[in-house]
Ligand binder design. Structure first.
Ligand code: AMP
Ligand code: MG
Length: 524
């Protein structure tokens, strides 16, 4: 990593600053003038602290623990701009202090949030053990986003953990969350990674870092489980009202707001899971504390993307029974939603039997909703612009062939060409060739020309995804060789995942045969 001050006029990084949206920063040499307050205002921070204003049971007030040597490693300039923050004011020592928690931006009221969660099926009391919410930043457009520091020191919820995070996993979350965003999938975002100058001790000492995470909120299924487990109906009702106000204000005044909330969360998860399946994303740790009620993908720990299509694909080193395998994810989402519905029973209806009936009726819609979104995604992946009853089986047969052939999920979809298309040779694989003819006949039954079919296909079948072997190579270079180059090139490619032109060949292709399947680890 470079040690030049990016803001120094004429420094070699000046051009990088202008061309690279993700600014790598070295140890800054310039200090900003003015008080913390004026510089915070100058950067554009505008905090509301609505979660901190909720009763004490919701959180614990805690400041980040200062670190030895705050140093900005990455700044997401486009994201900063879209939040109404001034990227130029986010590159100096003051910003490095904000992004490690050494200084609190003006107006923030740091807290750790209380929550519980079913982890691998068992209910546990958790809470932010290594994350601190600074508050909600209000954008000039009036939207509110949580600003959270991850790895910023212990809280009362840390149990035996150190409250810290290592650089590798924080860069990994930055990379994959930004890739998901570019793939048009709802997700938390990453604004910055800052080094702490302190080691964290895992199996070995690793460089410590803090990630600044941006989220529509950090409300989770586990937040409701926390109050339900305590039998705290008053706060449960307050939480439901708060969640609705943040995520579906139009439902606040509805006849049964708790039921509206349940339906909304079910719908958002059904849509989200279909999008994960569309790009081959395996979350890896779908515990209920990692399911956001906003419908955003959250908590990038041992996640990964499949190469060869395999519903049983598991990457997490601790998921021994494949609970969170690729193909099981919609079923797990449904299980998590049932846990969510259970927490709502006391506020759904005064009559328990009626509450259970309402919850079940809502839960039963998940499968149909997911199938609807998944079939729509498959139609787009296959360029089907009209609706035929056999579309689901056409798609299922391709997936079955891919599984049997061990075909790469991403490149198979991306490279699909109908039988007989100009420049397309007949496939040597009879199974695939038969399917390809069926698909060509299906395309011929719709009026849209091939150019239109292609347009929808290339916007739903990415050319570039964060393949495990590429991610690992980039992270090794960044953390061990202290060379951010490969990471930045991968990040740049993943910012335009649907464009194949000018992308490095290695990123468009599946891993070479014999590349070991990567194991992924929780970011602890
Ligand atoms: P996760 O698996 O990242 O969703 O985390 C599950 C729980 O463990 C959450 O309550 C985290 O805050 C907590 N946790 C994870 N890592 C640490 C750590 N290093 N120190 C303290 N708490 C942690
Ligand atoms: Mg978590």
């Amino acid at each position: 990593m470079t040690t030049d001050d990016a803001r120094q006029p004429g420094s070699p990084l000046t051009t990088l600053l202008e061309t690279s949206p993700h600014l790598p920063c070295g140890t800054p040499r310039h200090s900003l003038s003015g008080s913390a307050e004026t510089s915070a205002l100058h950067a554009g921070w505008r905090f509301d602290n609505s979660y901190a204003r909720l009763p004490d049971a919701f959180h614990s007030r805690v400041n980040p623990t200062p670190v030895a040597e705050p140093r900005l490693v990455l700044l997401n300039r486009p994201l900063a701009e879209s939040l109404g923050l001034d990227p130029a004011a986010l590159t100096g020592p003051e910003a490095a202090a904000w992004f490690t928690g050494n200084k609190i931006p003006h107006g923030a009221e740091p807290i750790a949030q209380a929550y519980a969660g079913h982890q691998y099926g068992n209910l546990t009391r958790l809470g932010d053990g290594r994350a601190i919410l600074l508050g909600e930043h209000c954008t000039p457009g009036g939207r509110h986003f949580d600003i959270q520091l991850k790895g910023s020191g212990p809280t009362i919820y840390s149990r035996r953990g150190d409250g810290r995070a290592a650089l590798g996993p924080m860069l990994r979350e930055y990379l994959i969350s930004e890739a998901m965003h570019a793939l048009n999938i709802p997700t938390t975002r990453s604004l910055a990674v800052a080094g702490t100058g302190e080691p964290v001790f895992r199996e070995e000492p690793l460089p410590g870092a803090v990630l600044t995470r941006i989220a529509a909120s950090h409300l989770r299924v586990g937040t409701f489980e926390y109050f339900a487990a305590r039998g705290d109906i008053g706060n449960l009702r307050l939480l439901a009202d708060y969640t609705l106000r943040r995520h579906c204000p139009e439902r606040v005044e509805s006849e049964n707001p708790a039921l509206g909330l349940l339906e909304e969360v079910i719908e958002r998860q059904a849509a989200l899971l279909a999008q994960w399946m569309r790009v081959g994303f395996v979350h890896g740790v779908m515990n209920t504390d990692n399911m956001a009620l906003s419908g955003e993908t959250i908590d990038y720990g041992p996640c990964a993307f499949i190469d060869a299509y395999d519903p049983a694909a598991v990457f997490s080193s601790i998921d021994h029974h494949g609970r969170y395998a690729f193909g099981r994810q919609p079923g797990i989402a449904s299980w998590n939603l049932a846990r969510f519905a259970e927490t709502l029973l006391p506020i759904l209806h005064a009559e328990p039997a009626t509450a259970i009936a309402q919850a079940n009726e809502a839960l039963e819609t998940f499968s149909g909703r997911f199938q609807h979104h998944w079939l729509a995604a498959l139609r787009a992946k296959l360029g089907l612009l009209t609706v035929e009853s056999e579309d689901a089986s056409l798609a299922a047969d391709l997936l079955r062939w891919m599984h049997e052939a061990g075909a790469d999920y991403t490149s198979t979809f991306r490279n699909l060409r109908p039988h007989g298309a100009p420049g397309t040779e007949a496939s040597a694989d009879p199974g695939f060739a038969t399917w390809q003819q069926r698909w060509a006949a299906r395309l011929a039954r719709q009026p849209q020309p091939w150019t239109e079919v292609q347009r929808i296909m290339i916007t739903h079948n990415p050319a570039v995804i964060p393949r495990n072997h590429q991610v690992e190579t980039a992270l090794v270079a960044a953390t061990i060789a202290e060379d951010l180059g490969p990471f930045e090139r991968l990040l740049a490619a993943l910012a335009r995942p649907y464009e194949a032109a000018d992308q490095p060949d290695g990123l468009l292709n599946p891993p070479p045969k014999g590349t070991p399947v990567c194991r992924t680890f929780c970011g602890t």
